[in-house]
Design a protein around this ligand. Sequence first.
Ligand code: NCD
Length: 336
Amino acid sequence: MPEKTVQQPLMRDELLPPSRARRRHLISIADLGRPDIERLLGLARTFATSLDRDVKKLPTLRGRTVVSMFYEPSTRTSTSFELAAKRLSADVMSIRASGSSADKGESLKDTALTLGAYDPDIVVIRHTSIGAPDVVARHVDAHVVNAGDGKRQHPTQALLDLFTIDEEFGGVDGIHVAIVGDVLHSRVARSNIQALVLMGAHVTLVGPPTLIPRGIEALGCEVSHDINAIRDADVVYVLRMQRERMEAGANFVPSLREYTARWGVSAERLTKGQRVMHPGPMNRGVEITPDVADAAESLIQRQVRSGLVVRMAVLYDLVTGGPVSAVAPATIREVA
Ligand code: NCD
């Protein structure tokens, strides 16, 4: 029989081993449609009711394994993913870059292959490099959740922010959110703009021209270089000056003192009743004054609480597959 030289193009799923073909990942908000977000927020609402019980553990992910790999500092995101997995009764393994073999020069691919040998169901990864979650998805037969990659995406932060706004206002549609500060280096801003616009919110980015990427209006938001623009918003979403992501020597602002004077969110710059959000960690006294951070209008602690139930929803949804619907493939990013 003559050897077959011309290969028929294969369907994407056929290229993958049978189990891989079913893997779904949450890497970017761009992978989600409005029904996906509504489904996830609905699940989070259901899980929120479990927070008030004496016994908070649910058996849902018993026998499943969640691996979390954090290659960048984190308090809120890493603890809430870990607690979310534990509340769902999954077995959890957490590794940090420092103290792991990454310290000894092991590549992300090799670390992923090593952890993959334990057959995790879900890998949660935070990394300084854009695309690190895609690398893990290529080498590990697990659902992958992006917990922040460089300045690209932080989808679960955007989902927990939507959840918080939805709870506070009874919906996201028509809410005006002003995102203030260092948008240029912020994965939170990128994910939030996409998610808020998708859900019908009106988004205005406010900050100096050096910290707002040119052309970002293409995502469906507005830009203002006047701090007074925050006065029109229902929610003022404050970003940290992300100095660790600024190239050495580049001057985005003359000094932090000057930044605070021109762009810091203080009580005098807000109007009565405006809600304030911040993804944390906060630099009190730089981008936000302590009295604003601690005021009754601040939703910052609520965001942390939302983080737990939203991450429970994401873990649950990835493993159980969510309902089979026409939109489901949009959620699925197969990284072959
Ligand atoms: C953010 C992050 O790490 O991207 N924090 C968080 O996840 N809660 C925002 C930041 O670091 O400023």
